[in-house]
Design a protein around this ligand. Structure first.
Ligand code: ZN
Length: 150
């Protein structure tokens, strides 16, 4: 699933109205014209909505009692919300502030399924190899070093 929730510039259009928990919100595509508080409020509302979506995914997976299942949620990037006068994302990694590359990586596993290794730093590179591991798919390009599951 691609949620496209916390992706600028129109954060306020990335969640249904009932998820507008934090107000006032930025309503402009020109993010520099909004106060940082309005921008953060709109962004945080996308997080509220993403939380709801992930909770629904987990509930649906939990209902499939006969299956071992997992959910991996990872962002493609973070977003700058006016820190250092930067907005959105796309600054080359060597120059980017941490807001643009320190991203959530959330994993849920069903009861009786595989466990998750205790890892300090993981990246998007772990997704591919972890999915292969979880599904017991054999491949010559599989790399155990990039697998999150025990
Ligand atoms: Zn993106």
């Amino acid at each position: 699933m691609h949620t496209s929730t916390s992706h600028g510039p129109t954060y306020n259009k990335k969640y249904p109205p009932q998820f507008e928990t934090f107000k006032p919100v930025c309503n402009s595509v020109e993010l520099g014209k909004c106060s940082q508080t309005e921008l953060i409020n709109a962004y945080d509302n996308t997080i509220v909505y993403t939380d709801y979506i992930l909770a629904q995914v987990i509930e649906n997976l939990q209902a499939l009692k006969d299956f071992k299942s997992t959910m991996i949620f990872v962002s493609d990037h973070g977003e700058s919300l006016g820190e250092k006068n930067l907005y959105m994302h796309g600054v080359p990694l060597s120059l980017a502030p941490k807001e643009q590359y320190e991203i959530p990586f959330i994993v849920w596993v069903s009861e009786g399924s595989k466990h998750v290794k205790s890892l300090n730093k993981i990246t998007q590179s772990y997704v591919f190899h972890s999915v292969l591991n979880f599904l017991n798919i054999q491949s010559p390009i599989y790399n155990e070093e990039l697998n999150i599951y025990k």
